[in-house]
Design a protein around this ligand. Structure first.
Ligand code: FAD
Length: 320
């Protein structure tokens, strides 16, 4: 199954969420004996990003550059990736299950008549094709999906496949787009939260809090704790709905999926919708005053305590 990875770039660098997709493509190549390639689309620093992807051992890395590709728009990405897929006859096209991947991949699938699976977390070869597994009901149930189309369009869980292994350096070639389509949408402006903290989806350490914070005035201590660890800040939907946190910092099924090395869950119950977003975390530390809180079922380290008391003590030992 000849696979094309659509590498995601942001501000001229490869997004960490693509790494799991690259590892998926490597696995498919190893087990089915077919090659994989990648396409890197963007404006700034694309050569450098392409070199990095090339170091993971694909057959080829195609680059598509131009001002119009600086920001991902579903229409432009669909048009470009469709051309690459059609020109080289890929059988599988895969991108990270990120906001970008989930935006353009369904459109691409519709345009090319491909069957689609979102959030692929595992796969296995079957009868010369591939069957995929994806989590449903917040990861409580795993569905097995078989596609009857000749082209498979996939978004890949951003954490399940881990990091790619280095491989033989591939050739990087500029893809000739030919005549440009008239794109019906253009990028105007991005308004995002400005923060000196790391990106929630790529941080090594994430500090999240829930309704147990009790009062917005107590958030300052959580922020100090996060900053002392160089961590990203996140929260539950309950605190977002209370207006205590911007919604782009919500972690969970309807928020961000995170995969840090260390995840702090402070004063949050551990609802299945929240836990769905932290399954990729390597170690979970929970502080909750209720010893029966469900978060303790998934935590590696648990502290039954009032977070308002525990946090200043932890800060003191960090700073002192
Ligand atoms: C379709 C759908 C999608 C959803 N998507 C998401 C999502 O993406 N992300 C998400 O987070 N939620 C999501 N939710 C909401 C989810 O069901 C929960 O309501 C929410 O996660 C609860 O947030 P919480 O843990 O902050 O609050 P609560 O459930 O109220 O828990 C607060 C916790 O704090 C503890 N606590 C209280 N005081 C203290 C203290 N002083 N010190 C320490 N601990 C204390 C309590 O013991 C309790 O366990 C979704 C719900 C639905 C229906």
């Amino acid at each position: 199954m000849n696979t094309l990875v659509v590498a995601e770039t942001q501000s001229g660098r490869l997004r960490g969420t693509t790494l799991s997709t690259v590892r998926f493509a490597q696995e498919v190549a190893e087990k089915t004996g077919s090659p994989w390639s990648a396409v890197v689309i963007g404006h700034h620093n694309i050569a450098e990003v392409a070199e990095r992807v090339a170091s993971f051992g694909p057959a080829k890395v195609y680059t598509v550059t131009g001002e119009v590709f600086e920001h991902c728009l579903a229409g432009t990405y669909t048009a470009v990736v469709a051309k690459v897929v059609q020109r080289y006859g890929f059988q599988v096209v895969a991108a990270a299950s990120s906001t970008t991947g989930r935006d353009f991949m369904p459109r691409l699938a519709a345009r090319l008549g491909a069957g689609m699976v979102t959030g692929v977390c595992a796969w296995e070869p079957r009868d010369g094709s591939i069957v995929y597994r994806r989590k449903v009901f917040s990861g409580e149930v795993i569905a097995t999906v078989e596609l009857s189309s000749s082209l498979h369009a996939l978004t890949i869980d951003a954490t399940e496949f881990g990091d790619p292994t280095p491989g033989e350096k591939a050739e990087v070639v500029a893809f000739d787009l030919g005549e440009l389509e008239t794109y019906r949408a253009r990028f105007v402006e991005l308004r995002s939260q400005q923060s000196a903290r790391p990106d929630l989806t790529e941080a090594d350490v994430v500090v999240s809090f829930g309704r147990g914070v009790k009062d917005p005035a107590n958030i300052a201590n959580v922020e100090k704790f996060a900053d002392a660890l160089g961590a990203a800040l996140g929260g539950t939907r309950a605190v977002v709905d209370s207006g205590w946190m911007p919604n782009d910092l919500q972690v969970g099924q309807t928020g961000k999926q995170v995969a840090p090395k260390l995840y702090f869950a402070l004063g949050l119950s551990g609802s299945i919708q929240h836990v769905a977003g932290i399954r990729g975390a390597r170690k979970i530390v929970a502080i909750n005053k209720d010893p029966e809180a469900p978060i303790f079922q998934v935590a590696d380290i648990g502290l039954v305590a009032d977070m308002q008391t525990a946090l200043p003590e932890m800060l003191e030992s960090l700073n002192g």
